[in-house]
Design a protein around this ligand. Sequence first.
Ligand code: DGL
Length: 279
Amino acid sequence: MNVPRPHPADSPIGVFDSGVGGLSVLRHIRAQLPAEHLLYFADTGHAPYGDKTEAFVVARALAVTAFLLDLGAKALVVACNTATVAAIKAVRARYPQLPVVGVEPGLKPAAAASRNGKVGVLATARTLKGDKFLQLREQVTASTGATFLLQPAVGLVDQIELGDLQAPAIAALLEQYVAPLLDQGADTLVLGCTHYPFVRSGIEQVLAAHGRTDVALIDTGDAVARQLVRLLDTAALLRPASPDSAATLHGYTTARPAALSAAFRALLDLDPPVAEADV
Ligand code: DGL
């Protein structure tokens, strides 16, 4: 007997990050692709990626991708700047047929938004050291003449993962990392890590305290979701909206499911099923 196989467009999209940061990308994906089934993987048991070696991040990205493909993912979003810079090449080499979208610090839109050509880039240490990032910086500098001031935000991801976005420790780190960029004349700041949009209001408070509410903040979550729409469309993998089969969302984590559930509630006001993944 022939068992009917689901149409590939009905398969889910896999989205992953080292932790909760990718939820800032997931919200744009849900807004632009409300009919898609989604799998969100938080590799919290191995976070942060930002202070690990490139080889470690590559190994994690490949392991997580294999897990999401086992669950039937038709496409992958690497919702993490650090993993994109370190590992997207390895993921694409291993799975050449798989539509893959990554997140890179938005240097191009930042150079376009800047009036004085001075752009601060907040990202993890691993992102700012990565060849892929350094090549992007060289390219955008050559084509726009912008100067990029690089600021590793060491420790900020760990604090955001703790869940209290109003914590004084977060405010102190934001002051420590943003103030020197303002002192050097930056009029535009790139949020080069998917965790940082969740502390956008804390960054705005630092800007206000320095009398610099004119500074633009650049986040690429929306552009990443648009790129995903384009890729799925080209591959004829967009799932049509259907009134009798709602889109689903499932969470997976390498740490405590309760912690990811709490993040879904606090950051996106969602309550999907969350399971622990032994990856
Ligand atoms: N959200 C990841 C990024 O975009 C955080 C990396 C980390 O775990 O340090 O870079």
